[in-house]
Write a protein that binds this ligand. Structure first.
Ligand code: NAP
Length: 310
């Protein structure tokens, strides 16, 4: 059976779009299957300052659009569909979507990941009514109001700093007394008059009436609990790989659900590659996702033109 495509790329984030650019420029018939909108995490990032070539930084959505346009210019196609399953054991690989099945000679998995949930009472109940996972999407709803950011990593501090431009005050609730975020972000956060910190505290419950109006927080050193008033809660407590659709396939995953690859982005299954945040040991940076995507496309090209031993 002749497959529909040379390469199906699952996921239209930075890794997937970079893979698409290199695949189409190698004249492989390529499609990107994306569930929502191309860009992945950069789409929900205000300004990106650490991607080389943009000394003044670039707005995440602008960069996402440019990446998509660049891949499209050389013939890459994007189809919006939710991938549900893979059947990749044979020579012709099948990517099974909610709408349709896509067949190809090679598959590149670039599904990235999703924000972790905190897992406390009230989090789900108040989602969209004060609880958010995206400051750049929802920050405007909290203009001149006090908000809380939960977490101490790059995402929490980056998005928290963005919120200082809109909100009245941004309180970072972190479970330790030291941030994990990069030094440059830490310095900015500590210098911001609109950001303060509730160190060594965890959130036990999100409370409110029709909308969030307070949190139940606990001092992890003393075990003492109290209520903390706030209008908005932005949760940035890490990230997990989006590999639900791979679980019934033979693609090997590690314990945390990342796809296992070698440095050529090859999985143990010939013709199946993975790149970006979804793969094991990813640095989870935009630049490394782009590099991974390029390597995956070059490996797919070699596989298609030279066979699995190429
Ligand atoms: P992360 O680096 O894993 O940080 C997660 C933070 O959440 C940590 O501070 C962690 O605390 C805290 N946390 C985890 N589980 C928690 C829980 N149950 N309750 C309370 N706090 C909890 O994740 P991330 O910030 O999402 O970043 C993910 C990756 O994307 C990183 O590699 C990061 O560098 C990258 N990124 C980079 C930028 C940038 O460069 N500007 C922006 C966004 C993301 P502990 O510190 O105690 O573990």
């Amino acid at each position: 059976m002749k497959p529909d495509y040379d390469v199906v790329i699952i996921g239209g984030g930075a890794a997937g779009l970079s893979a698409a650019l290199y695949a189409v420029r190698a004249q492989l018939k390529t499609v990107v299957i994306e569930k929502l909108a191309c860009g992945g995490q950069i789409l929900t990032t205000d300004v990106i300052e650490n991607y080389p070539g943009f000394p003044q930084g670039i707005k995440g959505p602008d960069l996402a659009k440019l990446m998509e346009e660049q891949a499209a210019r050389f013939g890459s196609q994007v189809i919006y569909d939710q991938v549900e399953k893979l059947d990749v054991g044979g020579k012709v690989k099948a990517v099974i979507g909610a709408e349709k099945t896509y067949t190809a000679r090679a598959v590149i998995i670039a599904t990235g990941g999703e924000h972790n949930k905190l897992g406390v009472p009230g989090e789900e109940e108040y989602a969209g009514r004060g609880v958010s996972y995206c400051a750049t999407c929802d920050g405007n709803f909290f203009a001149n109001m006090p908000v809380v950011v939960i977490g101490g990593g790059d995402a929490a501090i980056d998005e928290g700093l963005y919120l200082t431009r809109l909100a009245q005050q941004v309180t970072v609730v972190h479970r330790r007394d030291e941030l994990r975020a990069s030094k440059v972000l830490q310095e900015r956060a500590l210098a911001s008059p609109k950001m303060d910190f509730l160190w060594s505290h965890v959130v036990r419950e999100v409370r409110g009436n029709s909308e969030v109006d307070r949190l139940l927080v606990e001092d992890v050193k003393t075990g003492k609990q109290r209520e903390f008033p706030t209008k908005g809660v932005f949760i940035y407590v890490g990230f997990h790989p989006a590999t639900e659709s791979l679980k019934s396939s033979a693609v090997p995953l590690d314990k945390a659900g990342h796809v296992i690859t070698n440095i050529r982005m090859e999985t143990a299954i010939p013709g199946v590659f993975a790149c970006g945040d979804v793969r094991q040991f990813s640095d989870r940076q935009l630049g490394s996702a782009v590099g991974d995507g390029i390597t995956a496309a070059l490996s797919a090209y070699r596989y298609i033109t030279e066979g699995p031993e190429g």
